[in-house]
Design a protein around this ligand. Structure first.
Ligand code: PLP
Length: 454
């Protein structure tokens, strides 16, 4: 028993908001992921590590815009970079080349040795679309391999086996191809092979068997942003894809700048052919990046036939240039926010990584004290709290042993103590999560855990 308010009593105005929103938007949502039962809270304003909802409550925010806000809410340096862009340059969109585009690319090349050239998009999803097209153009092969449990955006050929249920999922070694949405292009689906993460021999078998058709292998180098590759898994994929002429794409949309100034690729010392990014690099604005080897990236150049492919017959130019465009690509406000974000991260990265490790070990101490089968799982400034007895988690199938119901129950109770994570979601740390925020969170855990597990 406890004297907490019920969820409904605590969120009356949110409930009213959602009822209004449902009249004009399906489910009252602009994105399915925003939903949770019985209804999500609506937020009015935010500052630093805190969210303030329409009912006037304050929460420590660990969702942080699905990991995009690595500086927390309303960081002063991002604010002033945006203001400066508007005031000095007089507008927020040129539709022409401008200095920040190259300046930002130079910074990315410095952090990511695998990148020789970059293109910008407006989301992580769009970045993956471009990466796939580049891989297909480069190899002349039009099928794709992806991993079970890995999310790359709502793309027909990739929104497959992201969260299949046990009955449909097939064997652990050769997972079935399961659509995650209605309405997807059947043909696109059939062109995708699904692989098991951290099971190199099985990946090798599937990729080798279909090497004549597969042009791209895309992977979240930390599965779901938190599960580490075992042994030399990523290196071995790198060697194999090179041998089979398959373009290796690291989707670092979630992981970019989460494990240090660079990606997971730096941590494991593997250079993918292409990398896609989003979230953190856009400083909380809509953004995506594709970066990689010049020999592949160069295919998007409108000069393709003239400079990069200078040795080719000029009549090939139309065939060789790959179309990539977008009204908002390289948006000045987004790049201003992104550059300011990278400046702050250079200063704050090591402190944040240390603080996250401390936070995780304090959480684990609470779990241990109460003999709970719970762990804080992740590398760098992203982690999740999982209820499981399993010693090591190697891929999607291991999550079958994780108790999601208990986690949701705990999130509900923590929410009532002023801690906000969307139920079941990751903890995305930011530089705004200072010692005070972390201490408050640990205290909330200390309070909640004995009531859930007396
Ligand atoms: N790739 C990964 C690994 C992601 O986590 C996400 C978003 O959560 C995406 C791609 C899609 O990015 P966006 O939501 O910006 O389209």
């Amino acid at each position: 028993a406890n004297n907490r308010l019920s969820y409904e009593a605590q969120t009356m105005m949110s409930k009213r908001h959602m009822e209004r929103a449902k009249q004009v938007m399906p489910g009252g949502m602009t994105a399915n992921i925003k939903h949770f039962e019985p209804y999500p809270i609506a937020i009015k304003r935010a500052h630093g590590s805190r969210l303030f909802d329409v009912d006037g409550h304050e929460y420590i925010d660990y969702l942080m815009g699905y990991g995009a806000l690595m500086l927390g809410h309303g960081h002063e340096e991002v604010k002033s970079a945006i203001q400066q862009q508007i005031e000095q340059d007089g507008t927020w969109l040129f539709g022409t080349p401008h200095e920040k585009e190259a300046a930002f690319a130079e910074r990315l090349l410095r952090y990511f040795p695998s990148m020789e050239s970059v293109r910008y998009t407006n989301s992580g999803t769009e970045a993956n679309l471009l990466a796939l097209r580049l891989a297909m153009a480069h190899t002349g092969k039009y099928k794709i391999a992806k991993f079970e449990g890995h999310y790359h955006g709502a793309i027909d050929s990739l929104l497959i086996s992201v969260s299949p249920n046990e009955q449909d999922a097939g064997t652990a070694h050769e997972p079935n191809r399961v659509a995650d949405s209605y309405g997807m292009d059947e043909l696109a689906m059939q062109n995708t092979f699904v692989l098991p993460f951290n099971q190199y021999e099985h990946c090798e078998k599937i990729l080798t068997e279909h090497a004549a058709e597969i042009g791209a292998l895309i992977v979240e180098p930390l599965e779901a942003g938190i599960i580490a590759p075992t042994n030399d898994f990523l290196q071995k994929l790198h060697t194999l894809t090179k041998k089979l002429n398959i373009v290796l794409i690291f989707d670092e949309v979630k992981t970019g700048f989460r494990t240090g100034m660079g990606g997971v690729q730096n941590l494991y010392n593997v250079e993918p052919d292409l990398t896609t990014m989003g979230k953190v690099v856009g400083g909380g604005f809509p953004f995506g990046v594709v970066g990689g080897k010049q020999e592949i990236m160069g295919r998007t150049s409108p000069l393709a036939g003239f400079d990069f492919f200078a040795d080719q017959d000029q009549t090939d130019r139309k065939q060789l240039a790959l179309f990539h465009s977008g009204t908002y690509n390289g948006h000045p406000l987004v790049l201003a926010a992104g550059l300011a974000t990278l400046d702050v991260l250079e200063e704050e990265m090591s402190d944040l990584l240390i603080r996250t490790e401390q936070f995780k070990s304090e959480l684990e101490a609470v779990f241990k004290k109460h003999s709970l089968p719970m762990k804080a799982v992740g590398i760098g400034s992203l982690f999740s709290v999982l209820f499981t007895n399993k010693e090591s988690l190697s891929n999607y199938r291991c999550f079958e042993h994780v108790d999601k119901k208990l986690r949701t129950e705990m999130d509900r109770a923590l929410f009532q103590e002023g801690i906000y994570v969307k139920p079941g979601n990751r903890y995305s740390m930011s530089v705004a999560h200072d010692d005070e925020a972390i201490e408050k969170t640990i205290m909330a855990y200390e309070k909640v855990v004995p009531t859930l597990f007396p």
